[in-house]
Design a protein around this ligand. Structure first.
Ligand code: GLY
Ligand code: MN
Ligand code: MN
Length: 427
């Protein structure tokens, strides 16, 4: 079957955020609909056979973020209670989007949603769009149209105390009613795809990082003794909002003095004192993509000798790890490299977290840490040393793109050397 014409080829359908003027759901942001379609097709190639189902989040925008697998495959940031069905073997519809039922009275509270029609299929770039009321029947039909009656679970494996994920539960419920069917494991497909970024994603992440870096420069220039941590947080956030970042990628940490040693400090409301360090772990979200940077700097603009000594060890660990980042390297190897620098300097028990993680749509993004790194991945490198009895907590964190030949520190322009930090703070 011919793919549907995409909205950008159709002059009378525009794509302002978050929906077009008719209230039609379309991919938000700058990644075009054909990229989402290519992702769906690649995923179906990986699956080869069977039927998969990816749900959107419920109550998006009401304190809930869109499901990131659903977003990655559709670009639809604001659809709640929707589902995407993928059926690579199906002779008629290999992909069907199910939208939640239309409620005309609800439109008055939450904005206009149109009735189903060709415009929605063009807007989403998905050839068949139905309501979720039809999902149970269509899921069963799709499974019956496969050779082996396989339902492919694409979600994460979770611990036995966690609730059974909705996607898995629905597949189990459907499978229980389809004779000779079975659920097969596809949980690695999406993390493997999502962790290697294409040029569109990398340019968005560069933007997220650039905004965050400028936030750090402003924070370094504006911090002073007697300022509240929350005011420093506001220096970052006011700049982020000005630059089109609608929210932070995670709860910011602005911790001074003893708070710099608390890994998940988030109260951010202490008065910062002369002579203290302040650890800022802050990142803006831009077009759904995260940035994640940490810098530690002296509130009064000048490191003490002891602060500088510990800082330099963390920086040396950071440099050793970054120098080793290239395709084929494993996370275990990178962790060992950073740890050795810190252990050799006598701080073995003062570094107690791992070196980093994947970054993408989420700050701790999908990816397979047991597999070697590949070009196109974006990771953090973030060693730290925490000496609570001295009120010295230091972490240096950057976002690093793995390239064909090594890596590029996306946040390279964020002051990192002691002299650089002191220089920008003196201005
Ligand atoms: N900001 C969370 C982290 O650094 O992992
Ligand atoms: Mn991080
Ligand atoms: Mn961080």
């Amino acid at each position: 079957m011919e793919p549907a014409k995409l909205p950008q080829e159709t002059p009378n359908i525009k794509r302002p955020l978050p929906h077009n003027v008719e209230g039609i759901p379309t991919p938000t942001g700058t990644i075009p609909a054909e990229i989402y379609r290519a992702r769906r097709h690649k995923l179906m190639e990986e699956m080869g056979s069977g039927v998969a189902l990816i749900f959107s989040a419920d109550h998006v925008g009401d304190g809930h973020r869109q499901d990131l697998d659903f977003y990655y495959l559709t670009g639809l940031e604001f659809e709640s209670g929707a589902a995407l069905l993928l059926a690579p073997e199906d002779p008629q519809y290999k992909e069907i989007l199910f939208l939640s039922p239309l409620d005309v009275e609800d439109n008055r509270w939450h904005g206009n949603r149109p009735i189903l029609g060709r415009a929605i299929e063009l807007g989403t770039g998905i050839a068949k769009v139905l309501r979720t009321t039809l999902l149970p029947r269509m899921l069963t039909n799709a499974v019956l149209n496969t050779a082996n009656r396989e339902l492919v679970y694409l979600g994460a494996m979770v611990g036995y105390t966690s609730p059974i994920p909705k996607q898995l539960q629905v597949l189990r419920d459907a499978s229980a009613r389809i004779l000779n069917s079975r659920i097969v494991d596809g949980h690695e497909y999406l993390p493997r795809m999502r962790s290697v970024h294409d040029e569109h994603e990398i340019s968005i992440m560069r933007k997220a990082v650039d905004i965050t870096v400028e936030g750090f420069r402003r924070a370094m220039q504006n911090v002073r003794p007697k300022m509240n941590e929350s005011e420093l947080q506001y220096v970052f956030e006011s700049y982020f909002r000005q630059q089109g970042s609608h929210c932070n990628a995670y709860r910011p940490i602005v911790g001074s003095g003893l708070n710099s040693c608390v890994l998940h400090y988030g109260q951010n409301r202490k008065i910062m004192r002369d002579g203290e360090l302040v650890l800022c772990d802050v990142g803006c979200e831009y077009e759904m993509y995260a940035s994640d940077i940490t810098r530690t700097f002296p509130v009064n603009g000048k490191f003490t000798a002891r602060q500088a000594e510990v800082y330099q060890v963390v920086l040396n660990a950071w440099k050793a790890a970054v120098a080793a980042v290239k395709p084929g390297v494993t996370w275990v190897e990178l962790n060992d490299i950073a740890r050795k620098v810190i252990d050799d300097a006598g701080f073995a028990d003062d570094y107690f977290h791992s070196l980093g993680h994947f970054v993408g749509l989420n700050v701790h993004d999908a990816g397979l840490q047991r597999e070697p790194l590949k070009a196109g991945m974006v990771i953090t490198i973030e060693p730290g040393i925490y000496l609570a009895n001295e009120e010295i907590g230091i972490r240096i964190e950057d976002d690093v793109l793995v390239t064909e030949t090594g890596c590029e520190v996306l946040s390279a322009n964020c002051p990192r050397e002691i002299a650089e930090i002191e220089a920008i703070m003196a201005k």
